[in-house]
Design a protein around this ligand. Structure first.
Ligand code: AMP
Ligand code: MG
Length: 296
């Protein structure tokens, strides 16, 4: 199903057998918990126990790219949460996703619709390329508006970003009127049974090896090196993509995964990417680029 972040591979979150088929189709390890998608705030509280902070964040950011990690209720099977006592839940901001959830009458567990560890899909075509006949149907909702995954937040006991994403730290702090921490990679693992691959180095990876351009270093100019730039086209030879000529981080986020895929489809043998400014959505973009480069 399309969402505003990326395309998701959806199953009835209350049906353990259905959820197991998601793990099988993706080749996803069982210790990586799934996000549960609902259509209404009240439906969220049937799978998770809200706190004051959770209610406030839900009222401000749902529907939208914010996942809340909250104590789970017993209706959620262990396989969804990888045995954790918490569950990640959100309301996606996409009419087709909301229609599917309402039509099914169920919360839907939906990780990104890509093979484990690979680049997330932001168009229906990306999903078809990776899954061919392995999924029943692809709902085509057009290109994803946000283009990076949801921000995963554990609101209590004090607000912590477990994964940067489509809602920025600045927006969260403004809404809660208190500081919001970003978990370091090592600290993130404390909140999970093992390191969840959504948080791991070497995720969101293209097929060709990707390295990050050193600050201010010249771009390689060689047909065997594909180049991913933020706002200024790299000079010289070799395939390249510019995420946003105007330097707009929202546009850069929306174009990131498709640009990585296009470069990955060239005859280059490796890729070099530059980081974007580390503010706003830049934190989510840089997080994905570092992981694509195998750096936590
Ligand atoms: P995705 O692959 O986009 O579906 O995102 C799933 C990611 O959400 C996981 O890899 C975790 O990083 C995070 N997540 C989901 N549920 C939880 C949870 N209960 N506790 C902590 N993180 C979670
Ligand atoms: Mg994913």
């Amino acid at each position: 199903m399309p969402t505003e972040t990326v395309y998701g591979l959806a199953a009835d979150a209350l049906d353990a057998q259905a959820v197991l088929r998601i793990f099988a189709a993706k080749g996803r390890p069982r210790f990586d918990p799934l996000i549960v998608h609902v259509a209404e705030v009240e439906q969220a509280w049937t799978v998770a126990q809200p706190s004051d902070r959770a209610r406030r964040l839900a009222a401000r950011f749902w529907p939208g790219p914010l996942t809340l990690v909250l104590p789970r209720r017993a209706v959620i099977p262990d396989v969804v949460t990888s045995g954790l006592e918490t569950v990640g839940v959100r309301i996606p901001d996409h009419p087709l996703a909301l229609a599917l959830i309402r039509a099914s009458g169920r919360p839907l567990a939906a990780p990104s619709a890509n093979l484990f560890g690979r680049i997330s899909p932001t168009t229906a075509e990306h999903v078809r390329e990776q899954f061919a006949s392995a999924v029943a149907r692809v709902l085509d909702g057009g290109p994803c508006r946000v283009g990076v995954e949801s921000t995963v937040v554990r609101p209590d006991p004090s607000p912590l970003i477990l994964r940067p994403g489509g809602v920025t730290r600045e927006q969260l702090e403004a809404s809660l009127a208190e500081p919001v921490a970003i978990a370091e990679r090592d600290a993130r693992a404390d909140h999970l049974p093992r390191e969840a691959p959504g948080l791991l180095a070497s995720h969101y990876a293209p097929r060709m090896p990707l390295s990050l351009r050193e600050d201010g270093a010249p771009w390689p100019s060689d047909p065997t090196v594909a180049r991913l730039a933020f706002s200024q086209a790299p000079p010289g030879a070799g395939p390249s993509e510019v995420l946003s000529p105007t330097g707009d981080l929202g546009i850069a986020a929306a174009r990131l995964f498709a640009a990585l895929r296009r470069l990955d489809a060239t005859t280059a043998t490796r890729m070099v990417a530059e980081l974007v400014p580390e503010t706003g959505l830049g934190q989510a973009i840089n997080d994905r680029l570092r992981r694509a480069a195998g750096l936590g």
